[in-house]
Design a protein around this ligand. Structure first.
Ligand code: GRF
Length: 219
């Protein structure tokens, strides 16, 4: 519809692929400015591969264990992503660290979703650590990927309350619902050409004021 062609996306997964599903569902809408051209998993039986097949998207398994070094694995990823014609790489529960060579070559073209309000709770077990820290607000972040883990420029974040009686599962589920909202949103903004990387900071053209303050708890 628009003058700009859809951005071609490769999605990298290692597991169940619920964020991949959110992206597949978004891309299925004709007006959505992105197209998933391949789904790559480092795990052969990742359920996300089944989701991709069901959506008619090409899949590939690249098993990291088949490569002698991380550099060799990343070179295989690079080749597959380029062969598919992808311009943007979305990490969606992809449990491998990318090498500096890869992140440099793809600077500004790899994004990740992380289940915490970065820069808090980088790394694993974010929900458990948020509960232990007693934070009242938690959430998720979509960010550009750099060589440093969970450290790249932030594109979109969503906050959710941490409620009395939450356990890791209930909190994870609340965050996941927000993830499924903001990952497609970030891809949409990129597809529309509205996301600009300016050093550490991302500017989004035409971003509306979210308009609400989330306070937790309220009495
Ligand atoms: C999500 O919580 C995501 O934020 C994190 O890994 C999890 C992947 O879940 N990076 P899924 O495979 O998308 O369901």
């Amino acid at each position: 519809m628009g003058e700009r062609p859809d951005v071609k996306v490769a999605v990298l997964i290692s597991g169940r692929g619920s964020n991949l599903q959110a992206l597949l569902d978004a891309c299925a809408k004709p007006e959505f400015p992105a197209e998933i051209v391949c789904v790559i998993s480092n795990i052969a039986d990742a359920y996300g591969l089944e989701r991709a097949r069901r959506a008619g998207v090409a899949t590939q398994v690249i098993d990291h264990k088949a490569f002698p070094t991380r550099e060799a694995f990343d070179a295989a990823l690079d080749t597959a992503i380029r062969a598919a014609g992808a311009e943007l790489v979305c990490l969606a529960g992809f449990m491998r660290l990318l090498t500096p060579g890869f992140t440099k070559a793809w600077h500004g073209r790899v994004i990740n979703i992380h289940p915490a309000l970065l820069p808090s709770f980088k790394g694993l077990h974010t929900h458990r650590r948020a509960l232990e820290a007693g934070v009242k607000l938690h959430g998720c972040s979509v960010h550009f990927v750099t060589a440093d883990l969970d450290d790249g420029p932030l594109i979109v974040q969503a906050a959710v309350p941490v409620l009395d009686g939450d356990d890791e599962d209930s909190l994870a589920q609340r965050v996941l619902t927000a993830e499924h909202r903001i990952y497609p949103l970030a891809v949409k903004l990129i597809g529309e050409g509205r996301v600009h990387l300016d050093g550490r900071v991302v500017r989004v053209d035409g971003a509306a004021d979210a308009g609400a303050t989330l306070v937790n708890p309220i009495a």
